[in-house]
Design a protein around this ligand. Structure first.
Ligand SMILES: C[S@@+](CC[C@H](N)C(=O)[O-])C[C@H]1O[C@@H](n2cnc3c(N)ncnc32)[C@H](O)[C@@H]1O
Length: 210
């Protein structure tokens, strides 16, 4: 594809891992991964974690196990959700109300939809008392994730441990998913050098690897 043409939006719909991986190999060969992820694509979308069907399904499976069969109905809450695409992909797979929130702090040129509630992460946790929290690509050196996992609510933290949030979060007990399907803007796709994972806090091992 030449640079006059627009690249498709890889998050327009939830595509299989193999398709998404191949798409990024081709972008990498053209040296376009960074610009693509910074909005040089058909919808101007910013992309941090690169979602695909297998990745979303394995995350949904853990969340559903954590929710169990309890009658109480606290929601699943995504904080720092950006454009809310992850929760949109998860919603059909999760049998619980799902809420997306973000402070919309203006540091990134993310297209925030109105339905993503403008809310600081800790305020959102206090407001919704969620059964499960999702956090994807917490900004570098932010310590909010540490405060969140200390609330003891089951949490999925997604990202590159060296470039997202604060490394002290890993002093809290956690279980890595060791996902084969985690793709991100920091990866080397052809070399299969992948930098991200899902890290579960306040979760039982049998929810993750059973
Ligand atoms: C790197 S972006 C990731 C967005 C999204 N989770 C994704 O993976 O595409 C980080 C997001 O966190 C939000 N954010 C940063 N600090 C926050 C806070 N204290 N509370 C809520 N949102 C916050 C920013 O507005 C931004 O949308």
């Amino acid at each position: 594809m030449n640079h006059q043409e627009e690249y498709m939006d890889i998050h327009k719909e939830l595509l299989p891992y193999a398709v998404v991986h191949l798409f990024f190999i081709e972008l990498e060969q053209k040296g376009d991964v960074k610009s693509y992820c910074n909005g040089a694509n058909a919808t101007g979308r910013w992309i941090f974690q690169i979602f695909n069907r297998e990745f979303v399904e394995e995350l949904a499976q853990v969340i559903n196990r954590a929710l169990g069969k309890r009658r109480k109905n606290p929601p699943v809450l995504e904080v720092m959700s950006g454009d809310g695409r992850l929760i949109e992909f998860l919603k059909p797979l999760i049998k619980r109300r799902c809420i997306a929130t973000d402070s919309k702090d203006g540091r990134y040129n993310i297209g925030y939809p109105k339905w993503v509630e403008t809310l600081d992460a800790m305020t959102a946790v206090e407001k919704y008392s969620p059964a499960f929290i999702i956090m994807c690509w917490e900004p570098y050196l932010s310590t909010v994730g540490i405060d969140i996992v200390k609330t003891k609510v089951p949490t999925a933290w997604i990202g590159n441990p060296n470039m997202c949030g604060h490394t002290d979060i890993f002093e809290q007990p956690h279980i890595p998913m060791q996902s084969k399907y985690a793709l991100s803007r920091h990866d080397y796709f052809l070399a299969r050098n992948f930098k991200t994972d899902i890290f579960f806090f306040n979760c039982k091992p049998e929810w993750i690897h059973s």
